[in-house]
Design a protein around this ligand. Structure first.
Ligand code: COA
Ligand code: AMP
Length: 653
């Protein structure tokens, strides 16, 4: 148990709670087969999701399934009322889980282990919610959370949810500029942060980054609440910065408030094709239903079991499957502040599985590629008792068949790929093990999750034949839990996702469905890339590279990487008359990207070339560049301005 957790009297906490309408609870359908579930969904999708709404405890049960808001966007359960923090904590305690561990904290980088029971976590959350209120945070206010993988990050998220504030977690690996852009878009009343993060053995002070971000941003928060960690003491700005536990110690616990299902729970920024990230909005009601449904159908979990998503709370996986879903479903979750390797070795994941009796492990393929690289015969696996582990789930990037086969061979467990995005918040395609475990196919995320209608469309919006590659699209309305809009930018939601094909959401991924109905995701069709499971925008990197005074134009694209799946590569054309040593320029460009996006961009290659291949209308042929850099066969595009450039590029790489 973390020694600074505050205990309070549960009776006080529940005093303000609205009365529940529990008459319809727990009578959702239990399907005998995948086909049954799909059939039920296809026969009446609205009724399907209305039935699933009965999985959770509402303050006011919804009578309405899907409806449209004033923008014409689909919304779920518009007449329902609930509180996500209540569902994740108080409700679980009412069900007798008070003494069950809600969250384990395991930090090999600081040599710390602790745990919170549901009662302890509820108390910590209620008290921190009180601290937020005392600092003036009200329903609808935004709170930016820029924190490492410490339990206080989850406490902060759940505390916001408790009082109806909208949190926006920014991944701790992002640089000050990225944080500033998000501050300006979300306009938070408060920012919550910590004095530092720890990357293996490197201590990364967060406070200078936060101070610099606030300086760069136009919007200024009223206050910052800083968690002082023993590794580094943050310098506080008098009158603006407050110590986390000083505020907690002075706070009164706050009760959960009733929120509309459509009230936003959080905003999570994700990379698009431009330098400006998109604020994906998640609502309360659809999200809670989807989280509960997915723990059952997608992950086949039972309440009381231990679910470990080895990711970071700054990504959507962390939101959905480290914090919200496991708690809403009554599982124990794990906050792991470490890496798959080097903390201390490639046995780290197996050690955590053993220590907490993990039943299901979910991570990105990169993590296992890193483990496989250091321990190819999985010798370290034999040092641990991993008999509790029943299933391995992979997502976030393509699960390459060699990694899939290695995992299957070494662990003997079902290795379950599933495909989703920040925008959807949960799996669009999966092996629905909670209903029926389907045979797997290497390279496929299996089949559309019951509740999603996935189609492959050609450029004109016609359905592709089985096996034919096209744009992977989802028929509207998207299921509960998926984004209803982009924060304060409905036009971007339309332009980025809805306008391409009438009645469909376009995922930005290309792929195909085979004759057995299996979905194969083949990669992005836009300028978004995936480096070590981290989603990044090459467009944004191009903007940074192009801003260098020596650069006339540039192209940044993804090349294959054995460990990280992809890595960015930049080709740069110099301005006429510029005299700069290529190595010097490369160093400066790498430093700029690192400084403006962060080290996670992994931008380490910038090659000077004489010209870039373009179409006659001036569009850079990035796909051809990617094929050349990857040593793949390519066809000279018929639209190319001057085919000779391709040979020049080939020679330069
Ligand atoms: N805060 C600050 N810096 C961070 C950071 C964070 N939270 N996360 C990563 N970085 C830094 C790293 O320290 C590294 O810096 P360096 O260039 O100075 O060494 C850089 O960003 C690149 O990080 P990463 O791409 O993660 O490479 P790595 O070599 O440090 O680690 C793996 C490789 C495979 C171990 C790591 O990428 C990993 O654990 N991947 C799992 C994927 C995952 O969890 N994805 C989340 C979505 S599900
Ligand atoms: P993010 O929003 O960061 O989760 O990234 C989502 C993107 O990651 C998707 O659009 C895909 O390009 C990729 N992705 C996620 N899961 C998978 C998967 N199982 N297989 C292939 N690509 C995936």
């Amino acid at each position: 148990m973390h020694n600074t957790v505050v205990h309070n009297d549960g009776a006080t906490l529940s005093a303000e709670q609205p009365t529940h309408n529990s008459s319809r609870h727990a009578s959702y359908p239990d399907y005998a087969s995948y086909q049954d579930a799909v059939q039920d969904f296809l026969s009446d999708s609205n009724q399907f999701w209305l039935s699933q709404s009965q999985r959770i405890q509402w303050y006011r049960s919804p009578e309405e399934g899907v409806s449209q808001d004033k923008e014409g966007f689909y919304r779920w359960y518009a007449d329902g009322e609930l509180n996500t923090s209540y569902l994740a904590l108080d409700y679980q305690i009412e069900q007798g889980r008070g003494a069950q561990v809600a969250m384990y904290y395991d930090s090999p980088v600081t040599d710390t282990k602790s745990s919170y029971t549901y009662s302890q976590l509820r108390d910590a959350v209620a008290t921190f919610a009180g601290a937020l209120k005392a600092k003036g945070v009200e329903k609808g206010d935004r709170v930016v959370i820029y924190m490492p993988m410490v339990p206080e990050a989850a406490v902060a998220m759940l505390a916001c949810a408790r009082i109806g504030a909208i949190h926006s977690v920014v991944f701790g690996g992002f640089a000050a500029n990225e944080l500033a852009v998000r501050i300006d878009d979300a306009e938070p009343k408060l920012i919550l942060s910590a004095s530092c993060g720890v990357e293996v053995s490197k201590v990364i002070p967060y406070k200078p980054l936060l101070d610099s971000a606030i300086e760069q941003a136009t919007h200024k928060p009223d206050a910052c609440i800083i968690l002082q960690r023993p590794q580094v003491a943050a310098e506080m700005v008098e009158g603006r910065d407050f110590d986390w536990y000083e505020l907690v110690n002075a706070a009164e616990p706050a009760a959960p408030v009733a929120l509309k299902a459509t009230d936003p729970l959080y905003i999570l920024y994700t990379s698009g094709t431009t330098g400006k990230p998109k604020g994906v909005v998640r609502d309360n009601g659809g999200h809670a239903v989807a989280m509960h449904y997915s723990m059952d159908v997608v992950y086949g979990m039972k309440p009381g079991q231990v679910f470990w998503a080895a990711s970071d709370v700054g990504w959507v996986v962390g939101h959905s499957y480290i914090v919200y879903a496991p708690l809403i479903y009554g599982c124990s979750t794990i906050f792991y502040e470490g890496k798959p390797v080097k903390t201390p070795d490639a046995g780290a994941f197996w050690r955590v599985v053993q220590d907490y009796g993990v039943n299901a492990l979910f991570t990105a393929p990169t993590a296992f590629r890193a483990i496989k690289k250091e321990d190819p015969d999985a010798k370290l696996l034999k040092d641990y008792d991993v008999s509790s582990l029943q299933k391995l789930f992979l997502a976030g990037e393509r699960l390459d068949p060699p990694t899939y086969l290695w995992l299957q061979e070494q662990t003997g467990l079902p290795v379950l790929d599933h495909w989703w995005q920040t925008e959807t918040g949960w799996a669009i395609a999966c092996n629905p093990v909670g209903i029926e475990q389907l045979p797997t196919k290497p390279g496929s995320a299996t089949k559309p999750t019951p509740g999603f209608l996935v189609e492959i469309l050609d450029a004109e919006g016609n359905a592709c034949q089985a096996g034919e590659q096209g744009a992977v699209a989802v028929k509207l309305p998207l299921p509960p839990g998926c984004l209803p809009t982009i924060w304060r930018n409905p036009e971007r939601f339309r332009a980025g996702y809805l306008n391409a094909f009438d009645g469909y959401y376009v995922s930005g991924d290309g792929g195909y469905i085979d004759e057995d109905g299996y979905l194969f995701i083949m990669g992005r069709t836009d300028d978004v890339i995936n480096v070590a499971g981290h989603r990044l925008s090459t467009g944004e990197m191009e903007e940074i590279v192009a801003a260098h005074p020596a650069v006339a134009e540039c192209a940044v694209f993804a090349v294959n990487d054995d460990l990280k799946g992809q890595r960015p590569m930049g080709l740069v054309v110099l301005k006429d008359g510029v005299n700069i040593v290529a190595e010097e320029l490369q160093k400066e460009l790498i430093a700029s990207v690192r400084q403006q996006i962060g080290a996670i961009a992994c931008f380490n290659e910038a090659i000077v070339v004489n010209r870039l291949p373009k179409t006659r209308s001036g569009k850079i042929l990035r796909k051809t560049l990617r094929q050349i850099a990857n040593g793949e066969e390519y066809q000279v595009p018929s639209t190319i301005d001057d085919p000779a450039i391709l040979t020049e590029i080939s020679d330069a790489l």
